[in-house]
Design a protein around this ligand. Structure first.
Ligand code: HEC
Length: 105
């Protein structure tokens, strides 16, 4: 019985690590957001203010999968896969319908 539990835990861990979104880091995503996005996305800048709260998790997924910042594709191409993963994690963690919507910054 104990052994079965151990196998289960190991498999869960492996699955978690293998899943890109779970392995991604929200904290790093936030850093990327500040560095790469906020230049154009603060109040009064050309892209207007954006925050994770602006969209639901489904909408963010859609944006990352389909839109990929069509207005300025270069912005997106510049990012590494890992940066995009972390960024998505950050947006999902603080999205409108997340457990902990971003209330500041
Ligand atoms: C060079 C300037 C620039 C940079 C850098 C930039 N954006 Fe944008 N972004 C824009 C502009 C311009 C728009 C279009 C705004 C509009 O439609 O009013 C836009 C639109 C968006 C939208 C759509 C807003 C909506 O209402 O759906 C999202 C989301 C977005 N950007 C995310 C990002 C993210 C994430 C980054 C960082 C990886 C980023 N942007 C970096 C200029 C920029």
């Amino acid at each position: 019985m104990k052994r079965l539990l151990l196998v289960f835990i190991t498999l869960t861990l492996v699955a978690a690590l293998a899943s890109p979104v779970l392995a991604a880091s929200s904290r790093r995503g936030k850093r990327t957001f500040k560095k790469e996005c906020k230049t154009c996305h603060v109040e009064g800048a050309e892209g207007g203010k954006i925050s994770p709260l602006q969209k639901t998790q489904a909408q963010w997924r859609e944006f990352f999968k389909k839109n990929q910042h069509q207005v300025k594709p270069d912005v997106w191409k510049k990012l590494s896969d890992k940066e995009r993963e972390n960024l998505l994690k950050f947006f999902l963690d603080f999205a409108l319908d997340s457990d902990q919507p971003e209330t500041c910054g």
